[in-house]
Design a protein around this ligand. Structure first.
Ligand SMILES: *[C@@H]1O[C@H](CO)[C@@H](O)[C@H](O)[C@H]1NC(C)=O
Ligand SMILES: *[C@@H]1O[C@H](CO)[C@@H](O)[C@H](O)[C@H]1NC(C)=O
Ligand SMILES: *[C@@H]1O[C@H](CO)[C@@H](O)[C@H](O)[C@H]1NC(C)=O
Ligand SMILES: *[C@@H]1O[C@H](CO)[C@@H](O)[C@H](O)[C@H]1NC(C)=O
Ligand SMILES: *[C@@H]1O[C@H](CO)[C@@H](O)[C@H](O)[C@H]1NC(C)=O
Ligand SMILES: *[C@@H]1O[C@H](CO)[C@@H](O)[C@H](O)[C@H]1NC(C)=O
Ligand SMILES: *[C@@H]1O[C@H](CO)[C@@H](O)[C@H](O)[C@H]1NC(C)=O
Ligand SMILES: *[C@@H]1O[C@H](CO)[C@@H](O)[C@H](O)[C@H]1NC(C)=O
Ligand SMILES: *[C@@H]1O[C@H](CO)[C@@H](O)[C@H](O)[C@H]1NC(C)=O
Ligand SMILES: *[C@@H]1O[C@H](CO)[C@@H](O)[C@H](O)[C@H]1NC(C)=O
Length: 486
């Protein structure tokens, strides 16, 4: 009984569509049975994790190529709780790259459940965060090379690494998913000793550096969604995490993100691009639109229907590596050459639109000068030829509150912190960190911000680096809207 699987007649037998239950052994690893099942039925099938069972996904799985397959998760799934056991699997040479790795196919659905008690994938991340364990963290769901796919109603509980990636996908709809990667513990943790706990005080943002030891919050540095591929629509997703909510990678075209909620973490990002000397290309990205209401911001009518960035480090962010010098990053990556981020046409720009931000230190942040601060001061940027070029960026209708009160972000382990911006006041609604001749038509319009303390909102922008009216007076000073910003 326990070691069996059942073949159920699908209601629509006319379509020869069958549902197969994933076999389960209490206490055992259910991955081999799952792999066997999905290998036997890699087309025209639903592979069902049944409600009422907690399945043990004790080893990583790489799915075969799938055609017309639905993976339905109505039961709970659990990772191993033993950290070193997972690390050994991730560190092994045959690790497929993620705990759940898809390897192509057509018409593939990954579906969770709307039941509140069941359908959760539990990564047991808390133990990793408490131990500040970054070594061999397993990534979650690599939805690779799927044409016509759906990821919906998935619910991830305390995942360890990044969560969903859609590289190589075409026409994928990602909606109604929930990622809850909030840590129960938010005390500061001193990385230098790995033992002592320090409770506050947090550091004023205008300094954004640590006076003493490099300390950090225990946190969950896990990215939400990584968008690769073409024609990917993300909507109604709910993410509480400690890294990018959405990150759009090189080669991504026609990515839309809307009606969603991001809490904690690093915001809606494009990049980082151009590392390893790669040629990056991102086109037609739209991060937009409605759903959650923010009572505190009702005075701005348009904010009523906006994607919310709640206590994230950034709202909208673009980052590319500094060009020119060879500059090694931790994983021997080299700085950018020849990256290009642009829209298909001038009507169809890379847009972040209708964003509500709550207590966000950097609502809009664009840098062509992303570097690894752990390795020292930024390189001198002498090579503008091979810098990442950006074109037609539009930030439209951003409404919210800038966090200009003490703040320390969980991923900070260096002094100054990796997101430290020299000379920033902590009150900037927009920071454009650009190089001359490489940025065309960057515009911020309909920006309505105030600071938590009520002090004047500021901007950072070097007028020698822009050629158009960017929507505000381009200087390091108070935010003054210009004609294009109206
Ligand atoms: C897959 O097919 C093989 C060969 O028919 C069979 O032995 C095995 O039990 C099947 N696996 C599952 C999980 O159905
Ligand atoms: C695609 O998969 C869905 C189930 O996920 C199924 O209902 C549909 O019939 C499939 N489409 C085709 C063309 O087979
Ligand atoms: C965790 O796994 C490691 C290596 O597989 C093993 O040595 C250790 O005993 C396990 N710890 C527990 C608490 O089971
Ligand atoms: C399923 O997993 C979630 C997350 O771990 C948990 O909160 C829930 O209680 C589990 N459901 C059952 C019925 O055990
Ligand atoms: C862009 O993606 C959307 C889905 O988000 C799709 O409806 C639309 O057809 C795509 N546009 C192009 C030009 O492929
Ligand atoms: C923002 O996040 C905080 C902390 O989790 C929470 O208390 C607050 O309700 C959230 N605000 C909104 C509008 O969701
Ligand atoms: C940048 O240039 C300055 C002045 O020429 C020099 O002192 C510094 O070492 C250079 N920095 C790097 C990282 O090359
Ligand atoms: C710019 O990049 C091209 C192609 O990667 C390379 O051949 C060229 O040497 C680079 N130019 C400079 C000034 O680094
Ligand atoms: C910071 O401001 C000082 C004083 O205005 C200036 O000399 C310095 O170049 C600025 N640093 C940066 C990185 O902009
Ligand atoms: C503005 O950019 C130019 C060109 O890169 C640079 O020479 C100048 O120092 C910058 N000004 C400030 C205030 O950073």
């Amino acid at each position: 009984m326990l070691f069996s699987f059942l073949l159920l007649q699908a209601a629509t037998a006319a379509f020869a569509w069958d549902t197969f239950l994933v076999p389960h052994t209490p206490g055992g690893d259910d991955t081999p049975g799952l792999l066997s099942l999905v290998t036997n039925h890699s087309s025209d099938a639903t592979i069902l994790f049944r409600k009422g069972i907690t399945y043990n996904i004790f080893t990583a799985i790489k799915f075969p190529v799938l055609t017309n397959v639905e993976i339905a998760i109505e039961g709970n799934l659990t990772y191993p709780t033993n950290i070193s056991e997972i690390q050994a699997i991730v560190g092994a040479s045959d690790f497929p790259g993620s705990w759940f790795t898809f390897s192509g196919g057509n018409n593939v659905t990954l579906r969770g459940s709307t039941d509140t008690e069941w359908g959760w994938v539990d990564g047991h991340g808390q133990a990793w965060w408490d131990a500040v364990q970054q070594v061999n963290r397993p990534h979650g769901w690599a939805f690779n090379d799927i044409t016509n796919g759906v990821i919906r109603d998935m619910k991830l509980w305390k995942p360890i690494g990044w969560n969903f990636a859609t590289s190589g996908c075409v026409n994928v709809h990602v909606y109604n998913n929930k990622i809850l990667a909030a840590s129960d513990t938010s005390v500061m943790f001193c990385a230098s000793s790995m033992a002592s706990l320090i409770i506050g005080p947090v550091v004023p943002i205008q300094h954004r550096r640590y006076a003493n030891n490099p300390c950090r919050y225990r946190s969950s540095q896990v990215a939400g969604f990584s968008a690769g591929g073409n024609n990917i629509l993300f909507e109604n997703n709910y993410v509480v995490n400690g890294d990018d909510c959405l990150t759009v990678g090189s080669g991504a075209h026609n990515i839309t993100w809307r009606n969603s909620y991001c809490e904690g973490g690093h915001g809606l990002s494009i990049g980082s691009l151009g590392s390893g000397g790669s040629v990056a290309d991102v086109q037609n990205v739209l991060c937009v639109r409605p759903s959650y209401q923010v009572p505190a911001l009702t005075s701005h009518a348009r904010s009523m229907e906006t994607t919310i960035m709640n206590t994230t480090l950034y709202g909208a962010r673009f980052k590319s590596w500094t060009g020119g010098n060879l500059w090694k990053r931790s994983c021997a990556q080299v700085r950018s050459v020849n990256s290009y981020v642009r829209s298909h046409s001038s009507d169809d720009s890379v847009t972040w639109k209708d964003i509500t931000f709550i207590d966000v230190p950097f609502p809009i942040y664009v840098t062509q000068n992303y570097w690894d601060q752990e390795l020292g001061p930024p390189p001198n940027n002498t090579n503008t030829v091979n810098n990442t070029h950006i074109q037609d960026f539009l930030f439209e209708n951003f409404v919210g509150v800038i966090r200009d009160t003490p703040y320390v972000e969980g991923s900070c382990v260096t002094d100054p912190c990796w997101y430290f911006v020299p000379n920033a006041t902590g009150r900037e609604v927009v920071i454009l960190d650009l190089y001359p001749g490489t940025a065309t038509n960057v515009l911020a319009k309909d920006i309505f911000a105030r600071t938590e303390t009520g002090r004047p909102v500021a901007v950072m922008c070097n007028s020698t680096t822009v050629s158009n009216d960017v929507g505000f007076k381009c200087w390091d000073g108070p935010f003054i809207r210009t004609k294009a910003g109206l």
